[in-house]
Design a protein around this ligand. Structure first.
Ligand code: GN1
Ligand code: MG
Length: 336
């Protein structure tokens, strides 16, 4: 497997010596390796083309956004994919798998749960800043990478279908969670009636998609631009809250560890608004907290849907992991 990563790397740099190949595991969709060379490191990633069937659309979106940010002197690191030796934006191997390469930003780290309010404020500000810098680029210029990604109606439909098709044993195992989500559906339907402007949004503003400097406090780069596309700011703010205001990561099984921190929420809202306030309209500003609730609930529903479907979407390391993630997110939802 790692041998294969090394081989793919040579499609980008045919003659570069590799010192080490390290798999990185925080994403739930793509497979990522760090490739260490004597003069620096790279990130090599196999794109999950079941979920991202149009890799060229992703690279075009990323390039468009990167050029825009660069032109505006965006103060943080800008993500870029490196061309293959043949000059292509990504490499397609013999099996048809798609690989991208980018520079690994040295001396950075990711977190899977927050450690203090300063970190939360800075992180939310960094995402807010990213959105503000992109706010004068027209959403219609971007490809829609995953249609209906934040369409709660569709997520509900997928959940209802999964319920129809799942066997009794699986449904029994998550009876309470099914009921809790069903009870919350009217809230989702109400949120759907809000009229929110379409903007260019990140759509995966989770804690592990922000690189921090070694001080663990200063954001260095927003990463994972795969789902950069038209969306609503409330979804991005919601995912910040979902992952920065919980005392535990989304994979935590011990629910006692999962607590919504009101002080972190205040820090997140203040940090986000310190950068993004000028671009938001009244409806957006008035619904930040509801947006967070909505994202957490939808995430719970997506994990539960995948559990009922037999774990076909999210990477798992054990059979009940998506059920555990559902419980984790519902605990957070209640706590909020
Ligand atoms: C997925 O694999 P990753 O970290 O890029 C998912 C997000 C979820 C997240 C939950 C395309 O993101 O929507 O919020 O897992 N991405 C896609 O951890 O579905
Ligand atoms: Mg992602």
């Amino acid at each position: 497997m790692h041998k294969n990563a090394a081989k793919v790397f040579s499609a980008f740099f045919p003659n570069r010596k590799i010192a080490a190949v390290e798999p990185l595991s925080s994403g739930l969709i793509n497979t990522t390796y760090r490739i260490d060379c004597p003069d620096g490191s790279y990130l090599l990633q196999r794109l999950n083309t079941k979920i991202f069937p149009r890799p060229a659309h992703i690279t075009e979106n990323v390039e468009k956004a990167a050029a825009h940010l660069q032109k505006k002197n965006y103060p943080k690191q800008i993500l870029r994919f490196l061309p293959t030796a043949a000059g292509l934006p990504f490499h397609t191997d013999k099996k048809g798998e798609v690989w991208r390469l980018s520079v690994y930003f040295a001396n950075t780290l990711t977190l899977d749960k927050p450690e203090n309010t300063e970190q939360v404020f800075n992180a939310a500000a960094a995402y807010g800043e990213f959105l503000r810098y992109l706010s004068d680029l027209s959403p219609s210029k971007m490809h829609v990478i995953i249609p209906d990604f934040h369409n709660a109606d569709l997520r509900m439909q997928q959940f209802v279908n999964a319920l129809k098709n799942a066997d009794a044993e699986k449904k029994n195992a998550v009876q309470e969670e099914i009921r809790e989500i069903q009870n919350a559906l009217p809230f989702l339907q109400k949120m759907n009636t809000l009229r929110l402007p379409l903007r260019i949004t990140h759509n995966d503003t989770k804690i592990s998609n922000l690189l921090f400097a070694a001080d663990r406090t200063t954001p260095v780069a927003v990463i994972d631009w795969d789902t950069l596309m038209p969306g609503t700011v409330l979804s991005d703010f919601g995912d910040i809250v979902r992952t920065f205001c919980s005392t535990a990561s989304e994979n935590e099984k011990n629910l006692k560890e999962v607590i919504f921190r009101e002080d972190y929420y205040r820090a997140a809202a203040e940090g986000f608004l310190s950068e993004a306030k000028t671009m938001l309209n009244e409806t957006e500003k008035a619904n930040l907290r509801n947006g967070a609730k909505r994202v957490i609930l939808v995430q719970a529903m997506r994990f539960l849907t995948d559990f009922l479907n037999g774990n076909i979407y999210y990477a798992t390391t054990y059979a009940e992991q998506n059920a555990d993630r559902t419980k984790n997110q519902l605990q957070l939802f209640r706590s909020l």
